[in-house]
Design a protein around this ligand. Structure first.
Ligand SMILES: Nc1ncnc2c1ncn2[C@@H]1O[C@H](COP(=O)(O)OP(=O)(O)OP(=O)(O)O)[C@@H](O)[C@H]1O
Ligand SMILES: [Mg+2]
Length: 309
C-alpha cells in the first residue's frame, strides 16, 4: 500500500530491563524482566500509525550488524515499509539500554552508532502523491531540512518531534507545520522552565501549532487560531513510560490525517500514549484504533482539553 506518512529519523534497538528500584552507584539490581525491541522517536511513531491501520514508510539508516537486522525485522513485522531504510556497511546501529522502575520511570543510556546519515539526493522520489505527512525527529538534519522544504513546496504537512535542543535545529523550525516538543526541549530553548512562554517563542518560527508534552502533567498547546489549552494525561497505572512521546506523535499525526480540530488530535494522542504504558517496551502495548476509541468512551470530562488564561 502507498504510504500516507513518511518518517525520517532515528531507529534504534532498545534493550529494556525492569527493576524494583534504580540502583545507587556501584550497586547491582536484579532485573525482573528483559525485553529487546526496536525504538526511536520516528520509528515508534510510525509503528503507532501502522497499528492504527495507516500505511507508513521509514527513511533512515541502520548499521551492518545484528542490531540493525533486528531493527529492520521489527519494523517489517509492524508493516512499516523499509524500502528506504539503508544499511551502512561495516558500521554499528543505534542502541539504547533502558531501565524501568516499579513506578514506570525510565533511565536511558544510548549509543548513536555509526550508520551513515541519509543523503538528500534520495528525497525527490519519496514524497509521492500519496504522502500527506512528513514526520521528523531532527536526526539526519541536512536531509531533514531538505525534506521539510520539499514537503512545503508539495503541500505535505510536516511534523517535528524535538526531544533535545541540538545545534542547527533552528534551520529546520521554519519549515515545520506542527511542532511537538518535550518539556526538556522547551526548557533548553527558553533557558527557563516556562512552557507557555516557550510555545509563544517557538510559534515565532512559523508553525501552525506548537505543543509541549510534560509527561504525567499532560501537554500544553497553542497556535494560529488555536487558543492555548492544556490536555491532562490520562490517569493510568503506568508499567513503562518509555516511548510515550513517540506514541503521542503517532496519535497526533493520526488526528491530522482525519482533519480533526487540534484539541481532538491532542486528546487522541494522549490516549494512545497512556495506553502504551500498559506493558514493558516502547511498542508492546501501542493500541489499535478500537482500543483507543473504547478507552476514550470510558473517560470523563476531567480528561478533556482545558482552556488556559
Ligand atoms: N505516566 C503517564 N501516564 C499517562 N500518560 C502519560 C504518562 N507519561 C506520559 N504520558 C503521556 O505521554 C505524553 C508524552 O510524554 P512525555 O512528555 O514524557 O514525552 P517525551 O518527553 O517526548 O518522552 P519520550 O520521547 O522519551 O517518550 C504526555 O503528554 C502524556 O499525555
Ligand atoms: Mg520524545
Amino acid at each position: 500500500m502507498k504510504p500516507l506518512v513518511i518518517g525520517l529519523g532515528q531507529c534504534s534497538l532498545d534493550i529494556l530491563g525492569q527493576v524494583d528500584k534504580y540502583p545507587a552507584l556501584d550497586e547491582k539490581a536484579e532485573m525482573n524482566s528483559l525485553l529487546v525491541q526496536g525504538g526511536g522517536p520516528v520509528a515508534t511513531a510510525l509503528v503507532t500509525l501502522s497499528r492504527l491501520s495507516v500505511p507508513v514508510a521509514i527513511v533512515g539508516a541502520v548499521g551492518d550488524d545484528d542490531f540493525g537486522r533486528q531493527i529492520r525485522e521489527g519494523l517489517f513485522q509492524e508493516r512499516v515499509d523499509c524500502t528506504y531504510l539503508s544499511q551502512s556497511p561495516h558500521s554499528s546501529s543505534q542502541v539504547a539500554f533502558v531501565t524501568v522502575d516499579a513506578q514506570g520511570h525510565r533511565n536511558i543510556f544510548w549509543h548513536r552508532g555509526a550508520a551513515l546519515p541519509v543523503v538528500p539526493k534520495q528525497l525527490p522520489s519519496l514524497l509521492t502523491d500519496s504522502v500527506r505527512v512528513l514526520h521528523l525527529d531532527g536526526l539526519h538534519l541536512e536531509t531533514a531540512i531538505a525534506a521539510a522544504k520539499l514537503a512545503r513546496r508539495q503541500a505535505v504537512t510536516s511534523v517535528l518531534d524535538a526531544g533535545t535542543l541540538r545545534p542547527g535545529i533552528e534551520g529546520l523550525l521554519p519549515f515545520i507545520d506542527h511542532l511537538v516538543v518535550s518539556e526538556k526541549f522547551s526548557r533548553q530553548f527558553l533557558g527557563r522552565d516556562d512552557p507557555e512562554a516557550a510555545i509563544q517563542g517557538l510559534l515565532g518560527y512559523g508553525s501552525v501549532v506548537v505543543t509541549v508534552t510534560m509527561g504525567r502533567s499532560g501537554s500544553l498547546s497553542a497556535g494560529k487560531g488555536v487558543l492555548p489549552f492544556h490536555q491532562p494525561a490520562f490517569a493510568v497505572e503506568a508499567i513503562d513510560t518509555t516511548g510515550c512521546g513517540d506514541v503521542f506523535h503517532g496519535g497526533y499525526i493520526y488526528g491530522l490525517l482525519q482533519d480533526w480540530p487540534i484539541e481532538r488530535s491532542v486528546r487522541f494522542a494522549a490516549a494512545c500514549a497512556a495506553l502504551k504504558t500498559r506493558a514493558l517496551g516502547g511498542r508492546t502495548a501501542i493500541p489499535t484504533l478500537q482500543e483507543v476509541e473504547s478507552f476514550l468512551l470510558c473517560q470523563d470530562e476531567h480528561s478533556s482539553p482545558e482552556a488556559i488564561g
